[in-house]
Design a protein around this ligand. Structure first.
Ligand code: BDP
Length: 701
């Protein structure tokens, strides 16, 4: 088992009664309609059936007892529809209905939808029910995605390095495209379709304009042709200065008629090849990327110009709000809000503003980004990072859906209690038509796609939450474990608990109590709270923790940067006082004295040390739990996970020791006796270098 099959493993059904029952329920597959997506659904059913029963799925030419009927509403025979009355009102265009019905006296299972994509999702769901060994004889499931645009963002460069990628190189083999279509492309599409992902941005946000040249458009088209059958659209990142880099123009000013025309022509050229091209994702005027500000124009000017170019083709623009400037002396956490919120309502209808979950940058824990809820007249899409840039790369087991869920569940209070981030994203809070969510992919050429075997759960879980931002991360973990490893209850109970706890563990051993961005700079691996020599102040960890002899933490209250003014009441008031700020955000919002007495009666220093120690102990528990799971897991994945957990344990201790030794210089307090004496001195930790850490792409050299 190398993990290549992800959660799409169709093990033989060994239990005799169930096997008998399932095969009785699937007497003959009959499909109505035609098309590549329907073919994809059928081919998946064939694969699954072959795996479950070691036989070919029986087919039928007309509906008979216990047929499995597949077809969109328009294609189903009219006599089937009355048995589905009322069901279609429950789904949207990508939703599905799976139902055991009676047609006259004949029982049959129908999978249907309004669109072929819905049919495909329904098929995957039907298969999943069997993967989970659920009963299907009275099956009745309707489901629809709650968010429209559910995309992966690949930070893949054309030279196949992956920015912040820890699972090998890019899976897009640009050199051999368009001719060579690798089986991986199809399996990638299957995996995404199985969780409802309907779009992929192929290229890095730090973009190259080369992907917009005709030679590359041809390559992109080849991928789009593969993904189309799986309901997946392709998108590209658009480098704002492309009109200049192409050699065509001397400016990229969005007000220049020639620039506008250039983008219109470019869009026409792309759509001529890829009629369902999704549109552009843009990082502009951020971390050195070109953008409209270079010409004295605003983000709205830039986004709207591109939106006009793709609008005739129903394309969209995802314009990122990840901006902060070295020239702006204000708290970095405030800058995106300050820059974007005044533009609310001014973006064209086909623009989504893409906002990271927190106001800094994909930390183990951040409060939600205050832009969520603050732009009621603009579609805001969520950007999560699935790749673990700040969370131990693909060496550490961290179950991210737990964190995604925390963010989605946070209450923005913008329209009173219950105005959760999820409701902003799914559009229900302010009645948005266009909705979206993006996950920065953790996928690469690693045999198992994600490097760490448990990295797959983060890809899987992102997809599930993109489909339905209200589901429980525990349910997702359980589903994933059952489909990926074993359905044994003891295994699932123990390991899902381990996964759920892993998120808090990483917060504890890296950045407890609201600390953030104290990773070593550049690669962001390992501790680096001492770094303070980089050109841009906000690239330095010392900027974020602000430790001194008095205390530690970033004062973002009314006495400090007042970033909390960007939140609605009662959050503002709550975060303004140390006493009412949740301890998990304490040092995010406050500069707190080392001897400040916390809720448990102990000092801040004591609590900080205790959290780091707890993080290490939590990883020790993970190691113990996993060691007991040998009987449930194949040798290869068991051993890989076991070895990686040892790395995680070693590095959790490294984090604890390095950070506590560093802060001790300021607190001038002793480590509590339950924290073991660090193995090395601070100088040792400071001297460690990682010149070849993965994930730093040429754009950062
Ligand atoms: C940061 C990464 C950097 C990305 C940037 C972004 O360090 O590599 O380019 O975010 O999201 O997290 O644009």
């Amino acid at each position: 088992q190398d993990g290549y099959d992800l959660w799409l493993q169709y093990y033989p059904i060994e239990e005799a009664t169930l096997r008998e029952n399932y095969s009785t329920q699937i007497q003959g597959l009959i499909t109505y309609g035609s098309g590549a997506t329907l073919d994809a659904a059928v081919s998946e059913l064939e694969k699954a059936y072959a795996g479950f029963f070691d036989a070919s799925i029986p087919t039928a030419i007309s509906i008979k007892e216990n047929s499995l009927v597949l077809g969109t509403r328009d294609n189903l025979p009219a006599y089937v529809l009355p048995s589905l009355e009322g069901e279609f009102t429950k789904i949207n265009s990508e939703g599905y209905i799976i139902k055991k019905i009676r047609i006259g006296n004949t029982p049959a299972t129908v999978i249907t939808a309004e669109t072929e994509a819905g049919l495909l999702y329904g098929t995957f769901r039907f298969i999943k029910e069997m993967q989970l060994r659920n009963a299907i004889d009275k099956i009745s499931i309707t489901d629809s995605p709650k968010i429209q645009i559910r995309v992966l963002n690949h930070w893949d460069n054309l030279d196949r390095t992956v920015e912040r990628g820890y699972a090998g190189f890019s899976i897009w083999d640009w050199h051999h495209l368009p001719e060579l279509i690798k089986p991986e492309y199809i399996d990638y599409a299957r995996a995404n379709a199985s969780i409802g992902i309907n779009g992929t941005v192929l290229t890095n946000v730090n973009a190259s304009s080369v992907v917009l040249t005709s030679a590359y458009i041809e390559k992109v088209k080849a991928l789009a042709d593969v993904f189309r059958s799986y309901g997946i659209k392709v998108y590209l990142t658009a480098r704002f200065s492309s009109p200049m880099e192409s050699g065509d123009l001397e400016t990229a000013d969005p007000f220049d008629p020639e620039v506008k025309q250039w983008w219109k022509d470019k869009a026409d050229e792309i759509y001529a090849e890829i009629p369902d091209f999704g549109g552009f994702l843009v990082k502009a005027n951020s971390e050195g990327q070109p953008g409209p500000n270079n010409y004295g124009r605003s983000h709205v000017d830039g986004a709207n110009m591109l939106a006009e170019a793709v609008a005739p083709h129903n394309g969209i623009v995802m314009w990122r709000a990840f901006v902060y400037s070295e020239h702006d002396p204000d708290d970095r956490a405030k800058q995106a809000y300050s820059e974007f919120v005044p533009f609310d309502g001014q973006f064209h209808d086909n623009v989504l503003v893409q906002v990271k979950n927190g106001p800094i940058d994909f930390q183990p824990r951040e409060p939600f980004h205050p832009m969520f809820g603050a732009m009621p007249d603009t579609p805001l899409m969520m950007e999560f990072q699935i790749t673990q840039e700040y969370l131990g790369f693909s060496s550490h087991l961290v179950y991210l859906p737990k964190m995604f869920e925390e963010v989605l569940d946070e209450d923005t209070y913008v329209q009173g209690e219950g105005s959760t981030v999820a409701k902003v994203i799914d559009g229900t809070l302010s009645n948005k038509k266009l909705t979206g969510i993006a996950g920065v992919a953790n996928i690469g050429t690693a045999k198992n796609w994600t490097g760490h075997p448990f990295g797959q759960a983060n890809w899987y879980g992102f997809g599930r939450l993109a489909w339905d931002p209200y589901i429980d991360s525990e349910e997702i973990a359980e589903d994933w474990l059952k489909m990926t490893f074993s359905k044994d209850k003891d295994f699932v109970d123990e390991v899902s608990e381990m996964m759920l706890d892993s998120r808090e563990a990483v917060v504890n051993y890296m950045t407890p109590l609201g600390l953030h961005h104290i990773m070593d700079t550049g690669h962001h691996y390992g501790p680096g709270p001492w770094v303070g020599n980089l050109d841009r102040p906000e690239w330095n960890p010392v900027y974020y923790h602000r430790a001194d002899s008095l205390g530690v933490g970033f004062d973002r209250t009314t006495t400090g940067s007042n970033a909390l003014a960007q939140y609605a009441e009662p959050l503002r008031e709550k975060y303004n006082s140390i006493e009412t700020t949740p301890e998990q955000y304490l040092l995010w919002f406050h500069h707190v004295p080392w001897d400040y007495e916390m809720k448990n009666g102990k000092t801040l220093w004591h609590n900080m040390a205790a959290k780091y120690q707890q993080g290490v102990e939590e990883v020790e528990d993970m190691v113990k739990t996993w060691n007991e799971m040998e009987e449930y897991v194949d040798e290869e994945r068991f051993a890989t996970t076991q070895m990686l957990l040892q790395i995680q344990l070693k590095e959790a201790k490294w984090w604890r020791d390095a950070v506590l030794l560093y802060f001790k210089q300021f607190s001038e307090m002793e480590l509590p006796e339950f924290v073991p004496t660090p193995e090395h001195d601070l100088e040792y930790y400071q001297s460690l270098e990682f010149p070849y850490a993965p994930g730093i792409s040429p754009s950062w050299h």
